[in-house]
Design a protein around this ligand. Structure first.
Ligand SMILES: [Cu+2]
Length: 223
């Protein structure tokens, strides 16, 4: 797993997928059995007595037991899914004390990352194995900041600060994209998350200064 968030979300995703497959297999199996069992065999078998007739209110019919069983099963399955989801939401809502706080600015069309020393960049560099807390805002319209491989994203809205956090578990480059259609440049609103070895990161971070921005931010200051 490449990050704490993918570790959190993968089991939940698996739970949803496997329960979905199980329910799908059962439903399709019953469907096929019923199609075969009650197929038209010509006029040899008479219509059941309780067959509905157009224009006539049917007498009491059906099987209350199967309603109770399917309702009970649905409640059990949904309880599992709800429990799993709320547990994940709880974890995500309580960030541990962070090592690195970065402000994320979404704008039409790009991302700007502001570090605690006011250094600004268009790619996000973070150290491996340390808690990264992102404060996400927007300069103009609604965007959504997300890291594909980390299975995490958060709305970037004007006038509001949203928080997400993660612990990168592997060094490397990952893909940051905008998940909210925000105008003609939406598709180009992508950049990289670069996870560095902690020592390398400290070395890099101690050298950058606000004036020496490696990637000058374009379009960040709009009229
Ligand atoms: Cu956007």
């Amino acid at each position: 797993m490449v990050s704490s968030t993918s570790e959190i979300f993968q089991p939940l995703f698996d739970l949803f997928v496997w329960l979905g497959i199980l329910v799908g297999v059962v439903v399709i199996a019953i469907f096929l059995i019923v199609i075969f069992k009650y197929r038209d065999r010509g006029s040899k078998t008479p219509e059941p007595e309780d067959t509905p007739i157009l224009g006539k209110v049917p007498e009491e019919r059906g099987h209350p037991r199967s309603v109770v069983i399917s309702l009970a099963l649905s409640i059990v399955i949904l309880t599992f899914l709800l429990n799993g989801t709320f547990a994940v939401i709880d974890t995500l809502n309580t960030p541990p004390s962070g090592t690195l706080n970065v402000q994320v600015n979404g704008f039409q069309w790009g991302w700007k990352f502001v570090y605690p020393n006011n250094y600004e960049d268009t790619v996000l560099r973070v150290p491996k194995d340390e808690t990264v807390i992102l404060k996400i805002v927007s300069n103009d319209v609604a965007h959504s900041f997300g890291v594909l491989e980390y299975k995490t994203k958060m709305d970037a809205l004007p006038g509001r600060t949203n928080t997400i956090w993660f612990i990168p578990k592997d060094t490397g480059e990952y893909n940051i994209v905008c998940f909210e259609f925000c105008g003609v440049g939406h598709a180009y609103m992508k950049t990289k998350l670069i996870v560095m070895d902690p020592a390398e990161f400290q070395d890099w971070y101690s050298k950058v200064k606000p004036a020496e921005a490696e990637h000058p931010v374009q379009g960040a200051s709009r009229p």
